[in-house]
Design a protein around this ligand. Structure first.
Ligand code: ARG
Ligand code: ZN
Length: 480
């Protein structure tokens, strides 16, 4: 009876593609699409799914469309913590869409248009459901504009993820959104499986600097005591890597010795870190360009803010360091992510070791490069941890949503790469890293694809090695 508008009810398979199974009135009110159903007696079978299909994060991202570009225009006033914004999203429908969702948490939405026409919208949790005046045809390119305002609230997840998203600070904001905090400051398809290019237009009181991804597209312009900064990220980017970090900053600009634009910025409290951040970021960017292949983006650098996040984030082109002067090791880590994580992006969070295991292994490679510790020594030290160490019961090949950034994802992930290197030899191993970065440049990849490439390049059956290191909840034998 829910399909009375249709001559023939869609099959269960079609319903599940559309994200509508389990959507009957008795199936629980948690799903936003059933809330929409409360309003219209006939739920539209062409509604885009409220999640992109990552079963560990069922409501992250959305189904039914693919974003090509975000244009984020925001104004922010640190003194009042007030943000207002208009985000313009260019997307393509991948199914017929009577409605679709965006992810947005908090903030007040004042209006939505689709292709310039007023659209109806409703909110439920972090789901913003948009119903255009007429359904969008499958394959149609469309433009959504969302006007919104309010005080952004970061996400606080004690233990697992800490505080992330748009985090107000005394002089601005620290914006680091992994894994799903983009929705705290702009409406988006907030999941790494949908990457897009970005334009930022950020207006702040004069004296405040706005730092976003990519490069400035012109000189900042000041009128009536407010300055507008326009930044553009030309290469596809996952939403969690977008930043608009605001505050008082000291800047150092230039190029790496190899000729990549390089911008370092530090909060005045960390002025002593500026020179080293600039120099080491340049050296690391150039070194990884030799080891992993050409730098995938148009600029590099880093930002040290005075917010004590307790972590750094590999924000595209400008890693963010939350409240500390970074050492070489962490700079090497965050810049390795520009290849592994940012250019080659995971489809599902369970593959997070493809980001963190690689970036941790890059720390070991950097220490080796500088003649400090060998990767083998790091590997051996970790392998000496007793069988009771929590790392051995957490297989890194399947990151858990309630413990994403576990040590195992980082360290046992890196050990997996070292075990692989010893099995296939340096020559094949480094070819593999370069081919991996090249084949999936600006795209997505999964663990089975990595295993397949390793097997193809080495000519070896590596299933036992990867099974032992990535999937078994036990300590691997010293020989594996
Ligand atoms: N990807 C970051 C890094 O390894 C870690 C981010 C941690 N994020 C968080 N919400 N705790 O460099
Ligand atoms: Zn990392």
């Amino acid at each position: 009876m829910r399909f009375t508008r249709h001559a023939v009810a869609p099959s269960v398979a079609v319903l599940s593609l559309l994200g509508l199974t389990g959507c009957s009135p008795t199936s629980g009110e948690a799903r936003p699409s059933s809330q929409a159903a409360d309003r219209s007696p006939t739920p539209a079978p062409e509604a885009g799914a409220p999640g992109i299909g990552d079963s560990d994060f069922p409501l992250d991202g959305n189904g039914g469309y693919d974003v090509a570009h975000y244009g984020i225009a925001i104004g922010y006033t640190p003194a009042t913590k007030h943000l207002h914004g208009v985000t313009t999203i260019q997307a393509k429908a991948v199914q017929r869409l009577s409605s679709f969702n965006l992810d947005l948490s908090g903030l007040h939405v004042s209006g939505v248009t689709v292709d310039g026409a007023r659209a109806a919208f409703s909110r439920s949790g972090s789901e913003l459901t948009v119903t255009p005046a007429a359904p969008l045809a499958s394959g149609a390119r469309f433009t959504v504009k969302v006007a919104y305002a309010g005080e952004p609230r970061p996400i606080k997840d004690s233990g697992n993820l800490g505080t992330y998203g748009f985090i107000p600070t005394a002089d601005g904001a620290f914006v680091a959104a992994e894994p799903n905090g983009a929705k705290t400051w702009f409406p988006s398809n907030d999941h790494p499986a949908d990457k897009a290019t970005f334009d930022f237009e950020i207006t702040v009181p004069r004296g405040v600097t706005a730092l976003a991804n990519g490069e400035l597209t012109g000189e900042p312009a000041t009128t009536d005591g407010r300055t507008t900064y326009k930044w553009r990220e030309r290469q596809p980017m996952a939403t969690y890597l977008a930043t608009a970090t605001l505050g008082r900053f000291q800047l150092r600009q230039g190029e790496t010795p190899g000729g990549v634009k390089n911008l370092a910025a530090v909060d005045p409290a960390h002025h002593a870190a500026l020179q080293k951040l600039h120099t080491v970021s340049g050296e690391v960017t150039d070194h990884w360009s030799k080891v992993f292949g050409p730098y995938p983006f148009s600029s590099t650098g880093g930002v040290v803010d005075d917010f004590s996040a307790g972590y750094a984030l590999e924000t595209q082109t400008k890693p963010l360091y939350g409240g500390f002067a970074p050492d070489e090791s962490i700079i090497a880590h965050e810049l390795a992510h520009q290849w592994f994580g940012n250019s080659v992006t995971i489809q599902r969070w369970k593959d997070l070791w493809l980001n963190e295991g690689f970036a941790t292994y890059a720390e070991w490679l950097w220490a080796e490069h500088r003649g400090r510790t060998t990767a083998e020594a790091n590997f051996t030290t970790l392998l000496a941890r007793p069988a009771t160490d929590p790392m051995w019961s957490y297989p890194p090949g399947r990151a858990r949503p309630d413990d994403l950034f576990n040590d195992s994802i980082y360290k046992r992930g890196a050990m997996t790469l070292h075990a692989l290197r010893k099995t296939i030899g340096d020559r094949t191993f480094f070819t593999l890293l370069r081919q991996w970065a090249d084949q999936h440049k600006y795209g997505h990849a999964t663990t089975p694809q990595f295993v397949a490439l390793a097997e193809r390049l080495s000519g070896k059956d590596l299933s036992a090695l990867f099974d032992t290191w990535l999937y078994q909840p036990t300590k691997p034998a010293p020989s594996s």
